[in-house]
Design a protein around this ligand. Sequence first.
Ligand code: B3K
Ligand code: ZN
Length: 865
Amino acid sequence: MLDAQSAAAAPPVIRREDYRKPDWLMPDVHLEFRLDPARTQVAGRLKVTRNGAHGRPLRLNGDGLTPLAVLIDGEPQADAWRMDGPDLLIDLPGDAHVVETRVEISPEANSQLMGLYASGGNLCTQCEPEGFRRMIFFIDRPDVLSRYTVRMEADKTRFPVLLSNGDRTASGDLDGGRHFAEWTDPFPKPSYLFALVAADLAANVDSFTTKSGRPVKLAIWVVEKDLPKTEHAMAALKASMAWDEKVYGREYDLGEFNIVAVADFNFGAMENKSLNIFNSRYILADPETATDIDYDGVSGVVAHEYFHNWSGNRVTCRDWFQLSLKEGFTVFRDQSFTADQGSAAVKRIEDVRLLRAAQFPEDAGPLAHPIRPESYMEVSNFYTATVYNKGAEIIRMLHTMLGPQKFRAGCDLYFARHDGTAATCEDFVVAMEDASGVDLTRFRLWYSQAGTPRVRAALSHEPAGARALLTLEQTVPPTPGQPEKQPMPIPLRIALFGERSGRAFEEERLVVLEDERCEILFEGIAERPVLSINRGFSAPVIIDSDRSAADLAFLSAHDDDPFARYEAMQQLMVDTLVGAVSTGQADHGPVIEAVRNTLTDPKLDSAFIGETMLLPSEAFIGDQMAVVDPVAIHRAREALRRDLGGQLEGEWRDAYERSRANRFELSPQAKGARRLRTIALGFIMASGAEDAAGIALRQFEEADNMTDRQGAFGVLANSLAPERDVAIAAFYDRFRDNGLVLDKWFSTQAFSIRPDTLDRVEELSRHPDFTLANPNRLRSLVGAMSGNQLVFHEAGGRGYRFLADMLLKVDGLNPQTAAKLVPPLGRWRRFDEGRAALMKAELQRMLDTPGLSKDVFEQVSKSLA
Ligand code: B3K
Ligand code: ZN
């Protein structure tokens, strides 16, 4: 519980039900920026109109701003305005006025990286969700859409490139070595989509012709030496543009599309209209410095931000409670794009792994919220795996239940109806209903209820009548503020396989479990059936079934849905490991046999084999247990790794040799081979073979690409062999000047399972290359350590203390990024009393710290509640 003092300090709670349409609209906006890193002058000229009959003043949001001048219809004002906290209130007599304000801000002093800030000597903006108000007084809410014209002035040598949204309508030189540019965006947009860049950067320029023949100039801006690393991002951009035309009928709508990469960024990237700004880790890629996972990250994020041009920009969100309207939908779109570019099965496995690693724990913990939350203190805390990834699963279920044609018709109707406006999740569902004729009344519960549903599946067989009966029962667990839940429609793709024949009995069925319970009868089932359920992960739920180890091993070999094969193997591994932790006894036999079958199945591709061989993470195993015992989990998992390594050593060595590439290629086959190769290396190492560390060091040294080098580095970082120190030193020497690769150097060491990892992490936090100011670097050390179950939960609480210390320091600089680091401590309820007390004590210490940001306050107070 919050004590009186903390409760008094609590920031106000914003509720969805309190939504009111804006008092004033702002059809036209003109902004002027006299740019300078230390002192930038900003002037705003806003045409405002009263929205409805009321006498309320104009409220312009501000954050840390002091008005230097306020003018109404061109007249300077002394008394017509007043400050209300950070906001500026202006009494306006008429229904339409022109309001001007002027402020001065310091981009180089902006450590929050929200609003206008400096990164690597360049200036850029981040406005979503509420950064715009840090630059000028404004109606900073997503349902107020304006046409913008922008004039920027800056020193020409220092900032030769001046970019904003829309089209450049004027530019030229000024006295004193300065120059200017004017940009006009013809599309009305909310403030969160505004962007500006003043920089010394070079562009990779290309072009795309839309299907209706409109030429678009594409440019990716980076520091000049990085130009060769932008080819993959450019290819992904063009592929995304073509895909959105083909699959959704959506064309790009302006003459140019710019992407700017910066090194200091709070998250992945930002979809500002025609001027996307990216964390450089999602733009830059070449074989020497980027892993295959990095390459996939680049194309996925480029696609995601591009797709927002329709799902987010042309149709935006009425308020921040509707965030999943654009984010869930756009994640679904980028997932589908990636699935179409390569292996759909592997993509689905990766997406589900991420959902289970990031979203399921959120749904099961103190920060659980529905994809459309009901309230918040700080909206930045709601850019969550629930809003994004569970949100995408909810769109995917609509796609599954309606089928691709009706789903597409629903999207077309949604875009046609709401183009140029700020919409709600409800608008999206209504468009789907209207276009498909399907009643989605109960489906709406997925938007309002938090928590991961559980479905119990029991299959009984009656050989005499050749019948099988499947009973399904759902429960939706209580979550904070939602003790009681209603059953939700759960679409489950289901098939039965004959245990002896190995064949499916009939076509796969799509069963929608509408109520708490249902029974499904299968006829013509002569031999004992094995149940394959939630195929393709058709619903974001947990399935509890009593399938035996033999059934799971059977499915892992015979199921014709690749996801279901993967899933059966995972379940077999999880059951084995959970059993081992709770009984202390382990029978690894069935897992070893199943792994042997998959590993030596010539029909399977390496990427799929690699995915299937990955053991469930320690965190995921913990999620299955009543009380998490990190040490016992680690031991059980390592014992299984050792046994798999030792008993299949020959097979691993074959797989390792088979997947040795001659030269680097980015084809799915080559990527799959690299994936399997490092996984095999890990198992050879786990086998304890004497030559293993030598093999790893050879891979590390001879690699012609970062995937192989980083793979070997990760394996060595876990080991006690002297080769580990050789690799750490060599990696640093080779990449000390490349920030993105240095992040890997930090994170790989922080993920190590060596007993001295926490000492090493503390040492690294004092390393000259470590800094709290760069979010990527911070996450690479502190974020990685708190994801390392064994190390973070070290008895005695040193990991907890380290995280809390770091977090408090970061909060003073960058509250948004600090708040993202809180959730691992919020899981205290899942641990033994000793650990839980230590975790709570750190949360309490933070809560008791004066001057905590509202970002961190919200996360910490909810974690303790
Ligand atoms: N819309 C942005 C996220 C903004 C996050 C603000 N805390 C990027 C994206 O989802 O595409
Ligand atoms: Zn997004």
